[in-house]
Design a protein around this ligand. Structure first.
Ligand SMILES: Cc1ncc(COP(=O)(O)O)c(C=O)c1O
Length: 404
């Protein structure tokens, strides 16, 4: 097996075709650089889709993983374990929350949040209070419940009957939310900055008004911080800069810095509705995942890293403005911290994937967020040199597209 030729063609032969990965196969990463099978080196502005918060193979994470790997890998939730308890304590200490639940992904964290909201409403207000309101273009994962709560029907169509009583309204439109909300609303689910939907920030007044409507109708406010959490926007969690506190918060992606883990945070009063046996996961809170996440959380939750995110945002914005001044292809650069989107203008509308492909040809990994936005979600500690080099490659990619 070890001598087997591992090529991109093999993907098409042996893998379920739900993904269409790039041609190159990465084999090694360090910081914000990645190398492929042919030893070509790439600058990574994608960060594994907002996951690799400390870059690739950060010594602190490697150390935590190695140390835990020689102690205890897995026990299931029949037992608890030290890394899980330490991580939960730190997350509770650093946020509004009083209780944590661990799982393995963002979708699972949201699945837990939605089930909890429904159960809490049932216990406190009766069987009629089941409506979940979410937002058009929102994204919450790919399990059937979470993808149905997500705001793109195309992702949940074609799999049979969907979970019921889920409604969607436009983001940033308080009148639309008000019109659809009632005492039957059990939860409002929002990303404090829509990621997959196109890097869209809410207005501060709007978020406050959403909170007020939730309070008025005894509905829980769930913030999906799977993409925005753990330093991505320059705050430990994005809610901290919005002046609004959710009732339930979900975290994943950067939480493990590349090791799969998800978390749901909430208050003791709400958490009480998930009694023993109501929900669970064999792997959730696994010692390896929690040990790595604890190290990542400690490293990110420092003034140096969080202020560094804001500084790096400035470097990106400066560099992107200079590129746009030459090539005039972006209508705006939006987002916060190191979750940034270059919105293509009318002339280049719908061509984000071409920019991604052109960047890859220049050995730069970027992301898209819909057809019109080129997205960056790099390591939170990416060096100035790597940003400068990556932006130089991005400029070459942009030039190729603009000049035909
Ligand atoms: C806001 C948000 N929620 C949930 C998810 C799903 O997370 P996962 O892919 O880990 O299930 C994502 C993934 O992109 C996301 O951006």
């Amino acid at each position: 097996m070890t001598n087997m030729a591992v090529t991109r063609e093999l993907f098409d032969q042996v893998m379920v075709p739900n993904y269409a990965p790039a041609e190159m196969i990465p084999v090694r990463g360090l910081g914000a650089r990645v190398w492929d099978q042919q030893h070509r080196e790439y600058v990574d502005f994608a960060g594994g889709i907002a996951v690799s918060c400390l870059g690739h193979c950060h010594p602190v994470l490697v150390g935590a993983l190695k140390e835990q790997s020689e102690k205890l890998w897995h026990v299931s939730n029949v037992l608890t374990n030290e890394p899980a308890l330490r991580l939960a304590s730190k997350m509770v200490e650093a946020t509004f929350a009083e209780k944590a639940y661990f799982c393995n992904s963002g979708a699972e964290a949201n699945e837990a949040a939605f089930k909890l909201a429904r159960r809490y409403a049932l216990e406190h207000f009766g069987a009629e209070k089941t409506q979940i309101i979410a937002f058009n273009q929102g994204f919450h994962g790919r399990t059937f419940f979470t993808v149905t709560v997500g705001g793109q029907a195309a992702y949940s169509d074609g799999f049979g009957p969907k979970p019921a009583d889920i409604d969607h309204v436009d983001y940033n439109d308080i009148a639309a939310l008000k019109a659809i909300m009632s005492d039957k609303t059990c939860a409002v689910v929002m990303e404090p900055l829509q990621g997959e939907g196109g890097i869209i920030s809410p207005d501060l007044d709007y978020v406050k008004a959403v909170r007020e409507l939730c309070d008025q109708h005894n509905a829980l406010l769930i913030f999906d911080e799977v993409q925005t959490g753990v330093g991505r926007t320059g705050a430990l969690y994005a809610y901290m800069n919005l002046g609004v506190t959710p009732d339930i918060l979900t975290s994943a992606k950067s939480l493990g810095g590349g090791f799969p883990i998800g978390a749901m945070l909430t208050t003791s009063a709400i958490a009480a509705s998930l009694k023993p046996g109501t929900h669970g996961s064999t792997y959730g809170g696994n010692p390896l995942a929690c040990a790595v996440a604890e190290a990542a959380f400690d490293a990110v939750n420092t003034d140096a890293v969080l202020n560094g995110v804001k500084e790096r945002e400035g470097w990106y914005r400066e560099g992107l403005a200079a590129i746009n001044a030459k090539y005039h292809c972006f209508a705006e650069v939006r987002g916060k911290g190191l979750l940034l989107g270059c919105v293509l203008n009318e002339e280049f509308k719908g061509r984000a994937k071409e920019f991604l492909n052109a960047a890859m040809a220049e050995q730069l990994m970027v992301l898209i967020a819909g057809a019109n936005v080129v997205r960056f979600a790099p390591s939170l500690v990416i060096s100035k040199e790597d940003i400068t080099e990556g932006l130089a490659r991005f400029e070459r990619a942009v030039a190729k597209i603009v000049n035909g």
